[in-house]
Design a protein around this ligand. Structure first.
Ligand SMILES: Nc1ncnc2c1ncn2[C@@H]1O[C@H](COP(=O)(O)OP(=O)(O)OP(=O)(O)O)[C@@H](O)[C@H]1O
Ligand SMILES: Nc1nc2c(c(=O)[nH]1)N=C(CO)CN2
Length: 929
């Protein structure tokens, strides 16, 4: 696995190290293989993250106890501008070596950009990103740096790379030819410190300046002739290279291990010169032991597979480096597996995740029951979208070295990799690159060993379980508050989302504490014409690791037939982790907070409804309500519905107003997505709450206080989550409670936020409501009528909307009028029709001009009354082929000055059961109300 740049590094004490980041150091450099590059030079830029413990320095306010960023900047600059080398990799390596020459630094991330690289096609950047530490040390030596210019004994600190310089055959440059800034007194003191430290680090050798042969550095105006530089790569001694397994996988403290192959000779020993090949050699890679050699459990599983005639689960496109074997590999679980787990007592899932914690003693091989084996090895016929969810090491993360090619046969496993999905991988990669700071970046890694190809995925999987790879694998001591976003626009989105909420809540290790109103939102990104989404946000708390939570989310997605054909394409279900406590971190497979959450009204708006004071942590974060108000897609929030979980759904197949049918097109018929939905797996069967749940007491109906319960202020009330009191859960320390209120017992939501009771998926068919009053998951389920949320009587602007002046009329931001499909709408109780008219904000309620379209306010008389779905005064507007919009029949479009809301009205052709509380959320005219 290649660690993402700037993600956490754990120190010897197991805690995250502090970081000193230095970005954008630039210089004209002469690196490159082309003579022209050597001749004219070009811009090089570097970013560096130093990992160290800054507490000693802070405690004494003492520079000597830390690293001077100015010195590091100077070194980086000098290396960029300094002695030309062929490869960006070498430049990065040298920078890493220079930084690690400082004994305080435990690890360093280096990213070197070469934005003007001679590439004959348009591109944005070339970037090499490496991480080096005291274990995976640089394979070239640092040139003389500010760190050692005072006293080379500085290089004798623990893990100093200076010694390996000689071992590597690197010829350090004389200080007079390689500029270095003046040493400071503090560095002399640090040198003293390093000397004393070296007593406890017997492996550290010591070099004197005379040991380092000077080489001359070509002046920039006299470019060196194009020839190989005398840098010589690290060449491991074969005898030392063999114990790969021990070096790569033993969960030892960071600083206690130095690969023996590059450990310096004991002090006083003259280092043996090594044979020197021309370029940097990769890390020693020998025969990689089979998974079952490493993990007895895996062995048992393999045997079992053999007996069952199952094939091992291979990831043929995976390439392993020793350190990279910690790549997250899904512990595959079939739909069956999920169902099985659902019925497990609480703690079952935790046990599964407990496997991820380091085990001091390997477990004894035991034959495992068939069910468990299945969870590692799904039937071949079951297509695991997860296989493609996970970033593939190297390819997806963009770490594939340029020109690195594997024989096609090693990638071809038709039953696993379908062309379509490979295509998605590419898109995924683009997305990741896009995520790395907004520019398209080609990243290059130093070396990918061929021998790592084609290893059983179990191998990586087991390793993943054996040692937490990063903070995302840390299992919290207590509950962590999390925010999860769900969305869907294919199939039967509302039904799917109802199920998803119930399924997530049933998972042990995860408890949903609050559910937002349902938002209908214009699709953001992706193909131009796709149905609107339904979106909601769930507040929850979890005892799972962040990665465990992601895995759960993906399992639920998969259960609902999630496929990935194109980036931001339509989907049956999307479940994203928005926040995990206050953790801000990124890895290849997970980033929290979700990297785009801060700009997505379809997340922020529902979230702010249930947590008005929530704050999104991290870069770009801030008060959620504020972010929601200013998010670019704000105008795409069409409406919110409160009672989307409690409101009983119509019978299946109940026509276009029903919710158990595929996405409905404007003409009331099925959309082109029908075929897709036909491919969906059958809906989950009804299930009972897991036995481990606390017993649920009958409770009163969902209470809606006068005003309608909508959090936007025009309903002042809230919906109570009438849950059974839960035992107090310890909050774990590492990621303190997220700054949003996620009260477990609902109580009044601050700011009048409206929560939606968690659905009951227990008794009435796949998505149907349970009998009235039947409590599920700690929620009291009111009889349908009681559950109804009265339509707002005196709407005022939502808080978020009120705070925001939107300039653009909403419909400009909506999808084209010819949009073919709509999501399913919740059923409507005809008795609620007239109450669905939202009066103007500051005036008397107005009667709708016609029963279906109730223009209250709206554009000046005489102008077409255009509504987002393309209607003009109730007539289809811009519908292709003259299609009649389904809204004409079963929706009332309600307008108030500055706002748009759509309310379902009596439909002549479908069951009408209840009225969801659609509420206006959008300032249609871009004005404050
Ligand atoms: N916070 C996160 N939540 C969910 N997935 C994440 C997160 N961070 C990274 N990922 C990764 O993103 C990958 C793609 O996720 P997904 O297909 O759901 O993207 P998407 O929903 O189409 O787009 P977006 O990520 O913009 O919402 C996942 O396989 C997962 O590994
Ligand atoms: N309106 C809306 N747009 C989207 C959504 C979504 O959930 N809602 N999800 C996306 C990828 O996660 C991309 N675009």
């Amino acid at each position: 696995m290649t660690t993402a740049f700037g993600t956490g590094v754990t120190g010897p004490d197991g805690r995250s190290l502090d970081q000193v980041q230095l970005t954008g150091v630039s210089a004209r450099g002469y690196h490159g293989v082309l003579p022209s590059e050597r001749q004219t030079g070009q811009e090089f830029r570097a970013d560096v993250v130093l990992y160290l413990d800054t507490r000693p320095a802070a405690a004494g306010d003492d520079l000597a106890q830390t690293v001077s960023y100015a010195d590091v900047a100077q070194d980086v600059h000098d290396i960029l501008a300094g002695e030309p080398v062929d490869l960006v990799e070498t430049v990065a390596e040298r920078i890493a070596a220079a930084v690690l020459a400082r004994p305080q630094v435990e690890a360093v991330d280096v990213r070197v950009h070469k934005p003007q690289a001679p590439i004959p096609v348009p591109f944005a950047d070339v970037e090499v990103a490496i991480r080096r530490d005291r274990v995976r040390m640089p394979v070239v030596a640092a040139p003389a740096t500010t760190a050692d210019s005072a006293d080379t004994s500085l290089m004798t600190g623990p893990g100093s790379v200076a010694v390996s310089a000689d071992l590597l055959g690197y010829e350090a440059e004389p200080r007079d030819t390689f500029p270095a800034s003046s040493p400071t007194d503090s560095w002399n003191e640090a040198a003293e410190q390093a000397r004393s430290d070296s007593d406890s680090a017997p492996f550290v050798g010591e070099l004197e300046p005379q040991d380092l042969e000077p080489v001359s550095r070509p002046a920039h105006d006299e470019p060196a002739p194009f020839e190989r530089e005398p840098y010589e790569p690290y060449q491991p001694e074969p005898a030392e290279a063999a114990p790969l397994r021990a070096e790569a996988f033993e969960p030892e403290p960071l600083v206690s291990r130095v690969p023996s192959s590059i450990a310096p000779a004991p002090v006083g020993d003259a280092p043996e010169p090594l044979p020197v090949p021309e370029l940097i050699a990769p890390e020693p890679l020998q025969v990689i032991p089979a998974a079952w050699e490493l993990q007895p459990e895996a062995s048992a599983q393999a045997e079992q597979r053999d007996q069952l005639g199952q094939e091992p689960t291979f990831r043929p496109d995976e390439k392993f480096l020793p350190e990279q074997a910690f790549e997250p590999v899904q512990q595959y679980e079939s739909v069956q597996g999920l169902d099985q787990r659902r019925d497990q007592p609480i703690g079952f899932e935790q046990q599964q995740y407990d496997q991820f914690t380091p085990q001091s003693e390997p477990a004894q091989p035991e034959p495992q029951p068939f069910e468990q084996a299945q969870s590692f090895d799904p039937p071949q016929s079951f297509e695991q979208p997860q296989s493609f969810d996970q970033p593939q090491p190297f390819e997806q993360a963009g770490y594939e070295p340029q020109g690195y090619e594997q024989p096609a046969s090693q990638f071809e496993q038709p039953q696993r990799l379908e062309p379509q999905q490979n295509q998605y991988d590419q898109l995924f990669e683009q997305q990741q690159q896009y995520d790395q700071g907004g520019t398209e970046t080609t990243r290059v890694s130093a070396a990918v060993p061929d021998s790592a190809v084609g290893q059983p995925e179990q191998y990586a999987s087991e390793q993943y379980q054996a040692e937490p790879r990063d903070r995302f694998d840390e299992v919290p001591a207590g509950y962590v508050d999390v925010v999860i976003a769900i969305g869907a626009n294919l199939g039967d989105p509302q039904a799917t989302m109802r199920s998803a909420v119930a399924e997530l809540d049933r998972m042990s290790g995860l408890q949903i504490t609050d559910v937002s109103p349902l938002a209908r939102t214009a699709a953001v990104g992706g193909p131009e014409e796709q149905p609107d989404y339904l979106n909601a946000v769930l507040l929850a708390r979890t005892t799972l690791s962040a990665r465990g939570l992601l895995q759960l989310c993906q399992e639920v997605e998969n259960v609902h037939g999630r496929t990935r054909e194109e980036r931001w394409g339509p989907r049956t279900l999307d479940v994203d982790v928005i926040t995990y406590g206050n953790l801000t971190d990124a890895a290849e497979d997970l980033e929290v907070p979700h990297p785009r959450a801060h700009e997505r009204a379809f997340v922020l708006e529902p979230w702010s409804q249930i947590a008005p004071d929530a704050v999104l942590p991290g870069l770009g974060g801030g008060p959620v309500a504020q972010l929601a108000a200013t998010a670019p897609d704000r105008a795409g929030i069409r409406w919110l519905a409160l009672d989307w979980l409690t409101d009983p759904e119509p019978e299946q197949g109940g026509g276009p107003t029903g919710s158990n049918h595929p996405a409905v097109s404007d003409d009331g018929g099925s959309t082109g997505q029908d075929s897709h939905s036909a491919e969906m797996p059958p809906a989950l069967p009804p299930s009972v709450p897991p036995s481990g749940r606390p017993p649920v007491l009958p409770a009163g109906p969902v209470v809606e206080v006068p005003g309608g319960g909508h959090p936007q202020g025009h309903h002042s009330g809230q919906v109570e989550l009438d849950r059974q009191p839960q035992p107090a859960a310890p909050q774990q320390e590492a990621y303190p409670a997220a700054p949003h209120p996620q009260s477990f017992s609902s109580g009044p939501v601050p700011g009048g936020g409206g929560s939606v009771p968690i659905p009951q998926a227990a008794s009435a068919g796949p998505f149907g409501a349970p009998p009235a009053g039947m409590p599920v998951n700690g929620l009291a389920v009111p009889p349908p009528e009681e559950a109804l949320v009265p339509a707002p009587q005196a709407p005022i602007a939502p808080r978020a909307v009120r705070d925001t002046a939107h300039e653009a009329p909403a419909h400009e931001l909506l999808p084209p009028a010819q949009s073919q499909a709509k999501p399913v709408f919740a059923p409507v109780n005809p008795s609620r029709q007239q109450s669905g008219v939202f009066p103007p904000l500051n005036g008397a309620p107005q009667e709708p001009a016609n029963p279906l379209f109730a223009p209250v306010g709206g554009p000046p008389t005489g102008q077409p009354d255009q509504v987002p779905n393309g209607h003009v005064n109730g007539q289809p507007n811009g519908q292709p082929n003259g299609q009649q919009d389904a809204y004409d029949n079963d929706h009332t479009v309600i307008r108030v000055p500055g706002f748009v809301a759509e309310q379902r009205a009596a439909a002549s052709d479908g069951p009408i059961d209840s009225v969801p509380s659609w509420v206006p959320v959008r300032d249609e005219r871009g004005r404050d109300a």
